[in-house]
Design a protein around this ligand. Structure first.
Ligand code: PMP
Length: 401
């Protein structure tokens, strides 16, 4: 009998080598206690969390927790059914109402995760003989949604307006086209030139979707995302988002002004063939979304903290993914995988958690990815940078305070 696990052997060997090197395993860290959006206890020690997507720090918001507890008690622990069968409760409708208000759009559809929202939208919106034109650095959920559908897939160079235009111009003028963009790209934390891209896509007669997973809550006057900050709200056909980042729970959604939008509830398999979110989750999400509408101080602080941390890490000599802070994600480049793992371990020893990201998941480099939270204080930022410098020196990087 052939062992079907044999194909994983190269990865198993690589992983064993990492674990045998005396370094900590970056992919199996256990948080024993969560004290706040920015603090956890690991192996009996408190660490500063600088690698979560808790951008707006909503996970311990008292109103969010109270709403979740109330729904858990009144509606039970789960729906045990699909949205199109017994799984649409008053809480799901309320959550969709909160999204319509947040985005000032006519329609909202809540999925069980953001991953499923992208699977659903990409797999149904463009079919045989139609085209999906997407940024080469698109999230895995976008690629996977394309793989599930029947459209022809065309990739353009990351964030290149001219390449997008060139590829659109090669397609048959009359064919249906969906251009897929992201507000913030999650590995490097750079943002898309949405104004220019949307103009080019519109000129080619394409419909446009923007995934604002990493921008919701703190880009734009109302926290809607990069598309709001770029002033293209009227030209975007769909916005995809998630509850697993700024909203602080789990779930995904698509919002749109298209008058026929609701038909998607019947034809989208990742919506139809899975259980709906538990009542406590949609109650937390709806409360959090409504509070994010007016979270102006949090937005302002997150921006200030992100810019400060970017400037100070760069000043200390770290090589960063972007020249300026473009979002709350600050990607610190590492020269190789060994240094990356050593630096990650040194940071954990210093009491700082960041994400170690291998080249397979990035545009080709080893990254220690930091993401800030509106609850990180100015003192936290100074402390994080000081610990980065100490850890960097411990692994031989040319950095200094
Ligand atoms: N889109 C993007 C750009 C993402 O980064 C992610 C998650 N990292 C998702 C979608 C999926 O979100 P979720 O966690 O809700 O599945």
């Amino acid at each position: 009998m052939a062992d079907l696990f044999d194909k994983f052997q190269p990865l198993i060997d690589q992983y064993e080598a990492l674990r045998g090197s005396g370094l900590r395993d970056p992919f199996h860290l256990q948080m024993d206690e969560i004290k706040s959006p920015t603090r956890a206890v690991v192996n009996g020690r408190e660490i500063i969390l600088v690698g979560t997507y808790n951008y707006m720090g909503m996970t311990f918001d008292p109103d969010v927790i109270a709403a979740g507890k109330k729904a858990l008690e009144e509606f039970g622990s789960g729906t045990t059914g699909s949205r199109v069968l017994n799984g649409t409760y008053q809480g799901h409708a309320e959550c969709e109402a909160a999204l319509r208000e947040f985005y000032a759009m006519d329609h909202a559809m809540v999925f069980s995760t953001g991953y499923q929202a992208n699977l659903g939208l990409m797999s149904v919106m463009a079919g045989r003989g139609e085209y999906i034109v997407l940024d080469a650095d698109s999230h895995a959920s976008i690629y996977d949604g394309c793989a599930m559908g029947n459209a022809d897939i065309v990739r353009f160079r990351h964030n290149s307006v001219s390449d997008l235009e060139k590829r659109l111009n090669r397609l048959p003028a009359e064919a249906g086209k969906l251009v897929v963009l992201e507000g913030v790209y999650s590995m490097v934390g750079d943002i898309a030139p949405l104004k220019e891209m949307v103009a080019v896509a519109k000129a080619a007669g394409a419909m446009i979707v923007v995934d604002e997973a990493h921008a919701m809550g703190f880009f734009g006057e109302n926290g809607r995302g990069v598309f709001e900050a770029a002033g293209v709200e009227d030209d975007v056909d769909f916005v995809v988002g998630t509850f697993s980042k700024s909203v602080g729970t789990v779930g995904g959604f698509v919002v749109s002004n298209h008058p026929k939008f609701d038909i998607l509830r019947l034809v989208t398999r990742p919506y139809v063939y899975t259980a709906s979110l538990p009542p406590a989750v949609v109650a937390c999400a709806a409360t959090s979304i409504r509070k994010l509408m007016s979270a102006h101080h949090k937005r302002a602080h997150l921006w200030q903290a992100s810019r400060k941390m970017h400037a100070d890490l760069r000043g200390a000599g770290f090589e960063l993914g972007t020249a300026e802070a473009e979002s709350a994600i600050i990607a610190v480049k590492m020269p190789d995988q060994q240094t990356s793992a050593a630096m990650w371990t040194a940071l954990i020893e210093e009491g700082v958690y960041v994400n170690m990201v291998p080249p397979q998941a990035t545009p080709g480099f080893n990254l220690l990815r930091c993401s800030l939270c509106a609850e990180h204080s100015n003192e936290d930022v100074a402390e994080i940078v000081a610990r980065f410098v100490r850890a960097g020196q411990a692994v031989g990087l040319p950095v200094s305070a």
